[in-house]
Ligand binder design. Structure first.
Ligand code: F0G
Length: 419
């Protein structure tokens, strides 16, 4: 394992604001963080990353939730509804069945709006306030729009969301709607929505809060910090591997950054960094293709389909940040079928953990990689489940048992039960 820590061990350049600056991951460009709205490098169009001149150690963190980690974030506080501090569950039945030394599930569905997106939004909306923008926008397979609508409402800022028509789970549209976002249903897939909203952002029509926005990933970085603290508290050890669903690969990039910064802070050795393992649905697996073929660039898939609509994505924008994370930690990526996803959703439910289909992809991927021997029986593994069961009630009802009609009297019910 060898991590590229060059960006995480640098002195603050003149453009830094209080030890924070933006840097291009492809070239030498660096810029001030809050003076101008920027999503990509003005020189080479590469992705931008937030950099710090100092990295805190665990004993410097206090409080709970995302803002516990304020010393590792660009601000001390933000518009907050108590996001983060999600449970890390033991799942004994799946652990036994899969056959690993330890298996825990980090359930991000327990965030206020029911997905990990809240972590990115509390930071992203804080930065939007700093920049003084008037309208927030995102493209979304659903969860981002729910979180942005909620945090935007709380910040008192107008929110515009672009959703692929007919491909967003009911719970998510309901959230975006009730929190007061303007919802545009686009006759195209998520990638088309992101193309449009990126254009709108470039034209100054709105501030973009997709994971292309480097500040959102700072918030999501706290998933990695929490996993390390909780796993240590619960087991006295560190996880060997983290398995997670991949769409735009924002979380993969964010976890990798969290671990690099912990290495730079002297909290983890390079060998202790957990192996990052990404899982995609077979019908939307461009990252898996790039890993399997050893490509540095990800080929955009124009046609994508999966029951796990949250990760129905053909052009993972954060691939340039995430591919090195998977490779440098010795990880891999695997594709799973919709049936395998639904099976894993049922298995999680039996252990008391209710998740939406995309989340179950992590457990489906773990099962598959255990069967192939790629993941060893001695490993201590954390699966990330990204969204709550109630996000996609139709998928949950289809995966579970059907209600049984009975007459409205006890005798009739007993008779039915006796059948
Ligand atoms: N799981 C869930 C439940 C998601 O909603 C998403 C992304 C992912 C996994 C993939 O995470 O993009 O960091 O690799 N949902 C976005 C949205 C695209 O619009 O809600 P990633």
């Amino acid at each position: 394992m060898s991590l590229d820590l060059s960006g995480d061990r640098s002195e603050a350049p003149a453009v830094a604001d209080d030890g924070v600056w933006l840097a291009c991951i492809e070239c030498e460009w660096m810029g001030a963080p809050f003076e101008e709205v920027r999503y990509r490098c003005p020189d080479c169009d590469g992705l931008l990353e937030v950099r710090y001149d100092e990295h805190p150690t665990f004993d410097e963190f206090e409080g709970t939730g995302v803002w516990r980690y304020a010393d590792a974030l660009p601000f001390d506080a933000g518009v907050s509804i108590e996001e983060g501090n999600t449970p890390l569950y033991a799942v004994p039945t799946i652990e036994d069945e899969v056959g690993v030394a330890d298996l825990r599930v980090k359930h991000e569905g327990m965030n206020p709006t029911g997905s990990f997106k809240d972590r990115g939004m509390t930071v992203g909306v804080r930065v939007a306030e700093e920049l003084g923008v008037g309208r927030l926008a995102c493209a979304s397979t659903g969860n981002t729009s729910a979180a942005l609508a909620c945090y935007g409402a709380r910040a008192g800022t107008e929110v515009l969301v672009l959703l692929p028509a007919g491909k967003v789970a009911a719970g998510k549209v309901a959230q975006a709607s009730l929190h007061g976002a303007r919802i545009l249903e686009v006759d195209g897939n998520f990638d088309a929505c992101l193309d449009i909203v990126s254009d709108l952002a470039e034209r100054g029509e709105a501030y973009l809060l997709n994971s292309l926005n480097p500040f959102r990933l700072e918030g999501q970085k706290t998933i990695g910090l929490e996993i390390i603290e909780q796993f240590r508290d619960q087991t006295g050890d560190l996880p060997d591997r983290i398995v997670l669903p991949v769409g735009n690969a924002g979380n993969t990039a964010a976890l990798y950054k969290a671990f690099r910064e912990l290495v730079a802070a002297g909290e983890l050795s390079v060998e202790e960094v957990p192996t990052l393992t990404g899982v995609q649905a077979e019908g939307a697996a461009p990252m898996v293709e790039a890993i399997e073929e050893g490509n540095d660039e990800v080929r955009r898939w124009d046609e994508v389909e999966t029951r796990a609509t949250a990760i129905r994505i053909g052009n993972p924008v954060n691939a340039p940040k995430a591919l090195p994370g998977i490779r440098e930690t010795g990880g891999t990526a695997v594709a799973v079928s919709d049936e395998e996803i639904t099976d894993a959703q049922r298995a999680l439910a039996r252990d008391g953990v209710g998740v939406e289909p995309a989340s179950a992809a992590s457990v489906a991927g773990l099962r598959k990689l255990r069967e192939s021997g790629e993941i060893g029986s001695e490993e201590q593994v954390v699966c990330l489940t990204t969204g709550h069961l109630l996000k996609d009630p139709d998928a949950a009802a289809a995966a579970g048992a059907d209600p049984e009609p009975v007459p409205a009297d006890t005798e009739g019910v007993l008779e039915h039960l006796g059948e």
